[in-house]
Write a protein that binds this ligand. Structure first.
Ligand code: FE2
Ligand code: FE2
Length: 278
């Protein structure tokens, strides 16, 4: 029976389910990528067809790990360092495989190793982490599991800019709220505080600088990281001014999505301290 099980491709099992739809969706994709890779290896596919599969799996794993690590930051997960090093470990092995550091003729031996890593990571490390998130959200009264993903409030007068940023953020497992000016942003944040705000400067009614000033004077909002994301070249004095207002970052449009997300995630830990203080 054991050999029959070993001969099968990796398949999704109900015990992998975490109760967080977005994480489950990503885990299902990973299982599918591994399964496709196993099929190709078993069919003795050549390296030219395996290589793009390895690359895709590496890129998807990077994305998924970044999503999990954002959640860990937000919820102040105490075992984050250990969990992150498991992510790093497997990413390095996949990168070695992609870069040809690992011998191609050992791929057949590597497949079960990746599968074992994944099973133990899903069933042990990811389970611990997701159970922690569930406990934290239940304690704060936020029982809607869809609400565990970090929320970003975007304040920008330009609808196209807002939508573009929304697409990038939603594709990277952030929830998004939109505001067309500072007044709208302030009202939205007061009724449903985000984990982070990203604001342009020129806006009608209340511009970004006035919004930041009001934000820092609001006891319920001042600890939520404020990022300026502006459409013109940043003068050093403007950046300095933004920082004196209490902004965490002053970024210039357009920023490559990956760089923008890196900056956003870099200031997320502060959001974790907000929820633990709440
Ligand atoms: Fe993980
Ligand atoms: Fe995971």
């Amino acid at each position: 029976m054991g050999t029959e099980e070993e001969g099968k491709n990796m398949q999704w099992k109900s015990e992998f389910e975490t109760g967080i739809a977005e994480i489950d969706r990503q885990h299902r994709t990973i299982v599918q990528l591994v399964s496709d890779f196993e099929t190709a290896v078993n069919a003795r596919a050549n390296w030219n067809s395996l290589h793009p599969m390895v690359h895709r799996a590496k890129e998807y794993a990077k994305f998924h790990f970044a999503v999990e690590e954002s959640l860990m930051q937000i919820y102040d997960y105490p075992s984050m360092t250990a969990h992150r090093s498991e992510h790093r470990f497997v990413l390095e092995r996949v990168a070695d495989l992609e870069g040809g550091v690992l011998r191609k003729d050992t791929i057949v031996d590597l497949v079960p190793l990746f599968r074992t890593w994944l099973l133990s990571h899903f069933m042990d490390s990811d389970r611990h982490f997701i159970e922690f998130v569930h406990r934290r959200t239940a304690r704060s009264g936020n029982t809607a599991v869809a609400n565990v993903l970090p929320q970003v409030l975007i304040a920008d007068a330009d609808a196209e800019n807002r939508d573009l940023l929304k697409i990038v953020l939603q594709a990277n497992s952030f929830r998004v709220t939109l505001a067309a000016d500072g007044m709208e942003a302030l009202a939205a944040a007061r009724s449903d505080p985000p984990n982070i705000i990203v604001s342009d400067v020129p806006m009608p009614n209340m511009d970004g600088f006035a919004l930041c000033r009001a934000w820092m004077l609001d006891a319920g909002l001042k600890r939520i990281p404020f990022i300026f994301y502006c459409g013109h070249h940043v003068r050093p004095d403007e950046e300095q001014f933004a920082r004196t207002l209490g902004a965490a970052r002053y970024l210039t449009k357009p920023l490559q999505a990956e760089l923008f997300l890196r900056e956003l995630r870099a200031v997320l830990p502060a959001a974790g301290r907000i929820s633990s203080a709440a």
